[in-house]
Write a new protein. Structure first.
Length: 217
């Protein structure tokens, strides 16, 4: 059997050599003569850079304590969504959003914890800004007291940005009750005005019938 056919394998802590006998002889000779020092140093540096890219080392190649990278949970925000930043293992950080029923909406993965935190903060700011999630049904009361059913979408977000005082309702029954209360309050204000158009007892009868649903407001 020739040296090229003889397999050599050696293990010492974190170092392993595998090759044929001639490769082993060359490796030993070069190591003893110091000819592989540069290659070994380059390998060590590449390992350190990989640890840095994975978020294990900081920019100064210092080990980052796992306690410095906590998982984050926003809790339930205005529209019923929750944003979470979690350690997914293998130095992967997951930022995802789930609805009030714990159903997945969207998510992102990062190797860099700081980038994950930035995304988490942006999502918390976004979902805490609007009262509904995209696709949610909601109701509003129009200028003529008409109840309007809508579905939350990007146009709703634009309208909310321009008219942040808009009142929203989560059910048609809730919106109808709110409209009734608005009309009753309007009639009471009219009745109490200094110059009323009709006798006070007429206002009282109309208000009473609206309260009893004998008249649809």
């Amino acid at each position: 059997m020739t040296n090229n056919e003889i397999r050599i394998e050696a293990v010492n802590k974190h170092l392993t050599f595998k090759g044929n006998a001639n490769e082993a002889i060359d490796f030993v000779d070069n190591m003893r003569e110091g000819e592989l020092n540069n290659e070994v140093n380059d390998l060590l540096f590449n390992i350190e850079r990989s640890l840095q890219d994975a978020g294990v080392y900081d920019e100064h190649f210092n080990l980052i304590d796992a306690q410095d990278k906590p998982e984050l949970y926003s809790g339930i925000l205005k529209p019923g969504a929750e944003v979470m930043l979690r350690d997914n293992g293998d130095y992967i950080w997951t930022v995802d959003v789930r609805d009030r029923n714990d159903e997945y909406i969207l998510g992102y993965e990062y190797c860099d914890y700081d980038q994950a935190v930035k995304k988490y903060n942006k999502l918390v700011e976004y979902y805490d800004k609007y009262p509904f999630l995209e696709g949610d049904t909601y109701w509003t009361i129009g200028p003529r007291y008409d109840v309007i059913e809508s579905m939350w979408d990007p146009n709703s977000e634009e309208h909310h940005d321009e008219c942040s005082h808009q009142v929203y309702y989560t059910s048609e029954a809730q919106a109808l009750q709110a409209r009734k209360n608005i009309i009753i309050d309007f009639l009471i204000d009219e009745k109490n005005a200094s110059s009323v158009q009709y006798p006070i007892n007429i206002y009282n009868r109309i208000i009473d019938k609206i309260k009893k649903d004998e008249i649809v407001a």
